[in-house]
Write a protein of this length. Structure first.
Length: 127
């Protein structure tokens, strides 16, 4: 399986683990699935450590366009923590976060799962 998609409605959390040779079409498909599953506002942990995808700026724009389109229908996306250790993928994830419209949700990019989990917990804490 290229994309492991684990949805926890109780915790309102989506966990993604991508594996090679997953590509941009797989990312676009998981975004559509997240919206269709009623989980668009859920926190998402996107683990890209097992993938060597090297997206172009055009690829990042395709993903942003998909998020913008889905957000127009489903509202603000929940916080997304992206974990990547490949330098090129980490850099493009940072580009994605910088270009992302705040209405589409908050994006954090991390090298470590523990830091990503902490960041998501801070943004989903019930007060």
């Amino acid at each position: 399986m290229l994309i492991e998609y684990v949805l926890d409605h109780g915790r309102q959390r989506l966990s993604i683990i991508a594996r090679d040779p997953a590509g941009v079409p797989d990312v676009l498909a998981w975004l559509v699935r997240q919206a269709a599953d009623g989980a668009w506002a859920y926190a998402s942990l996107d683990d890209l450590r097992l993938i060597t995808l090297n997206p172009t700026t055009a690829d990042v724009q395709r993903i942003l366009d998909q998020v913008t389109t889905l957000s127009a229908t489903h509202g603000r996306r929940g916080p997304v923590a992206v974990v990547a250790t490949d330098p090129a993928l980490f850099g493009m994830a940072r580009v994605y976060a910088a270009l992302s419209d705040r209405a589409a949700g908050e994006i954090g990019v991390f090298y470590e799962i523990a830091r990503a989990e902490q960041w998501l917990a801070e943004r989903t804490r019930v007060t």
